[in-house]
Design a protein around this ligand. Structure first.
Ligand code: ZN
Length: 379
């Protein structure tokens, strides 16, 4: 059996709050959980600890579906409890817990119901982010700001009224009444609750994507964003210093995400690819904002953050379509509202002139068209 190494979404909080603890033993078919000797229940989740009291992994309430624990089918023995795999938590594992007595188990269940009543639970979507290096997608360190941006974007798409942004690719219409939007929001929420989120991979825009399934590794990628890889970071306000290098003035990114369609026959159609260049510009804007609280620096950071969010939403559109039974968007001619101008704008006339480009349709209905992050020294 392999020793268990929790991924990002199962890593425990660095500090545990005052919690209820229950001695137990744990079992899993594939992994060695023999070092787990105690389960703690606290406000934000269930934590599995070793003999020393050190947290080994955690099942966070924010990532868990409504019912995430089960009794054994035959209710016997009465001192056990199962935590099955939750599909939308990447890297989640099933755990069977045996307590010292049935009373012990029942007390833990009471605590679970007390700490996380389903109607009060503040659900979140979170994913893992990787950097593609020589065909292997290595994990971005947990503390990176990009996690916060992407996780919050996916969470808002899943559980807030922002889910209506995806409405055009739900039924391939560009206008919806309130009743339709309500139904679509429910469908979007159910989709995110029952499917794993897209894995995000940062890739150089000029790099060819592998045609075979990307090997996703838990190993950390070395941070590639050292100063040497960035253009000179501007200092704000720019009027007080010499003009920045040409790279700042000439670079207009227009390929923030890389499309991988299901029809392309590739195995990575449920992965979101983001431009490494976009990420570098974001890091440059973040560095500038951390060095200076000027409005210009703040606006640059907001623009870079918005560009990442809009790109994630565009690519989530393709992710959604890849889950459809056909795995593809429909032909332009068969779409409802096909006589509306937005469909013409949204057509992808490069590869498949008759097919609707799902991400572009979202951009067009939501923002009026694809966005661009313009690098400028004038404001
Ligand atoms: Zn697209």
């Amino acid at each position: 059996m392999l020793p268990f190494s929790p991924g990002r979404l199962l890593q425990p909080e660095p500090v545990m709050d005052a919690s209820d603890s229950f001695p137990c033993s744990c079992w899993n078919k594939k992994t060695d959980l023999s070092s787990v000797t105690t389960v703690h229940v606290q406000e934000n989740g269930v934590i599995f600890c070793d003999l020393e009291g050190l947290p080994l992994f955690q099942k966070s309430f924010r990532f868990l579906s409504k019912s995430f624990w089960e009794f054994d089918d035959d209710m016997s023995p009465e001192d056990t409890l199962r935590f099955p795999v939750v599909p939308r938590v990447l890297g989640d594992i099933a755990v069977r817990v045996t307590f010292q007595s049935p009373a012990c188990r029942d007390t833990l269940v009471e605590k679970l119901q007390q700490y996380c009543p389903p109607d009060k639970r503040d659900l979140a979507i979170a994913t893992t982010i990787h950097i593609l290096e020589c065909g292997v997608a290595k994990r971005l360190p947990n503390h990176d700001h990009l996690h916060e941006i992407i996780d919050s974007t996916l969470t808002e798409l899943a559980f807030s009224p922002a889910s209506s942004i995806l409405a055009p690719i739900y039924d391939w219409k560009v206008t919806h009444d309130d009743l339709e939007l309500h139904r679509i929001r429910t469908q979007v929420k159910d989709f995110f609750l029952s499917n794993p989120p897209p894995i995000v991979v940062l890739v150089e825009s000029n790099e060819s994507l592998p045609r075979t399934e990307i090997n996703v590794s838990n190993a950390m990628a070395p941070l590639p964003f050292c100063a040497a890889l960035l253009p000179h970071t501007p200092t704000w306000p720019l009027t007080t210093i010499p003009p920045p290098r040409d790279e700042w003035l000439q670079s207009i990114l227009n390929n923030y995400g890389v499309h991988q369609r299901h029809r392309d026959g590739n195995p990575n159609s449920k992965t979101i690819f983001l431009s490494m260049e976009l990420y570098r510009w974001y890091i440059a804007a973040l560095t500038a904002a951390q060095n200076s609280p000027s409005p210009e620096a703040t606006h640059s950071l907001l623009a870079a953050t918005a560009s990442i969010k809009a790109t994630v939403i565009h690519e989530t559109g393709h992710f959604w379509v890849a889950h459809e039974p056909t795995g593809d968007s429909p032909a332009h001619a068969s779409a409802k509202d096909a006589d509306i101008a937005q469909f013409d704008v949204a057509e992808n006339d490069d590869m498949e002139p008759d097919m609707i480009e799902a991400g572009n349709l979202i951009d067009t209905v939501w923002l009026g068209g694809p966005h661009r992050l313009v690098i400028s020294s004038s404001e």
